[in-house]
Ligand binder design. Sequence first.
Ligand SMILES: Nc1ncnc2c1ncn2[C@@H]1O[C@H](COP(=O)(O)OP(=O)(O)OP(=O)(O)O)[C@@H](O)[C@H]1O
Length: 256
Amino acid sequence: MNPIANPILEVENLGRRFGAFTALEGVSAAFGEGRITAIIGPNGAGKSTFFNLLSGALKPTSGRLRFSGRDMTRVPQARFAHLGIARSYQITNVFPRLTAHENVRTALQARVSRYDFWSRRDARTDLAVRADDILESVGLAGRRDRPAAALAHGEQRALEIGIALAADPRLLLLDEPTAGMGPEETKEMVALLRRLGESRTILLVEHKMKMILGLSERILVLHHGRLIADGTPAEIQADREVRRVYLGQSGGYGHA
Ligand SMILES: Nc1ncnc2c1ncn2[C@@H]1O[C@H](COP(=O)(O)OP(=O)(O)OP(=O)(O)O)[C@@H](O)[C@H]1O
């Protein structure tokens, strides 16, 4: 990859051990603003560990993490969203009894001061309008008043992304956004990610290879905790080491 001018995110020699076990080691990469990058690798490759380090859920045992020029290595996780990094989880993270709109509004509310919320009526109206804008942007305007539990699986995943967008992040980390989806829902999610990728930097972990090759501008491949390849989809498809690693996998490289 060419060096990236003014990267939004940089990791340098990033590593994480669990006791004597090294889950991630020596990962260095820089990410430019406004791109979609996928992180792939066989089971146990270190993808979740890497993601947990990027979102502050875990602290590295070696190396550094910089976001927007700021050293984040020791910054507590609770500050990450404030500083512009949001993550949506693989495990559904919505309040099932609240409507789609209430879920997003609650997430927005967490971002404004309590004083503003209770003292200013316009602050509350403002939140409601912003929640509607977010629902629109994730394609859920028509589901506004449905309880989250009554939404289809793909819609719930879109709602999770809406909740993450409430923090207005510059960097959005998505853990398997199409997990459990059929082809139709996957297509809709890909369209949503493309739209979001126009204005935000997106990093995602995914297993669906075809989808990743079509969606991402860049792919990082982890294997046994190491970064073994970093390039465009065409470069990754042609990479011998990557092919070797994936051919050894059940499901193989062509995994849908
Ligand atoms: N908290 C932990 N304590 C001990 N070992 C861990 C811990 N978290 C992860 N590991 C180990 O680190 C390795 C990498 O795990 P990780 O979950 O990051 O891989 P992954 O690429 O996300 O895998 P998958 O695709 O199966 O989710 C695995 O061998 C895992 O058992």
